[in-house]
Design a protein around this ligand. Sequence first.
Ligand SMILES: Nc1nc2c(ncn2[C@@H]2O[C@H](COP(=O)(O)OP(=O)(O)OP(=O)(O)O)[C@@H](O)[C@H]2O)c(=O)[nH]1
Length: 135
Amino acid sequence: MVDIDKLEDINDKFGHLTGDYTIKIIAQMLNEYLKRPTDLVSRFGGEEFAIILPSTEAEGALQVAEQIRQAISESKIVHNDNHIPLTISIGVSADIIDSDEHPMLLLEQADKALYQAKRSGRNKACYYTQEADQI
Ligand SMILES: Nc1nc2c(ncn2[C@@H]2O[C@H](COP(=O)(O)OP(=O)(O)OP(=O)(O)O)[C@@H](O)[C@H]2O)c(=O)[nH]1
């Protein structure tokens, strides 16, 4: 799960059209960084995106997440002559899907990892662990 950091502040400071623009830019960048034809990115609510990387283990998924996070935080986004400070937080979970409920569970875990990423300061990619879940 990918969530744009502080989009409300961007909307408030630069206007909603700039907020919309940042969502489009993030969507483009997410697509650019996915390499396999089976990888999928989808907008998931207002300022969230879900990325599905089939047949990818935890380490690989976290690596992709970290690359994307870094690329976005280093990008220089300009809209209407304003420099837009843009970062994202990412929650990663990985597992073998072996039941109908499992995709939902994976999403919930990714959401919890995303919450961790936000709570630990944003502009982070965090992997879901049961230990962190119990804190
Ligand atoms: N411009 C624009 N803003 C949107 C859109 N969808 C959601 N938002 C805004 O995104 C903001 C999300 O606010 P929060 O969930 O508080 O999160 P945030 O400000 O991004 O802060 P954190 O997620 O905590 O880093 C709200 O202000 C929404 O109005 C959209 O399509 N366009």
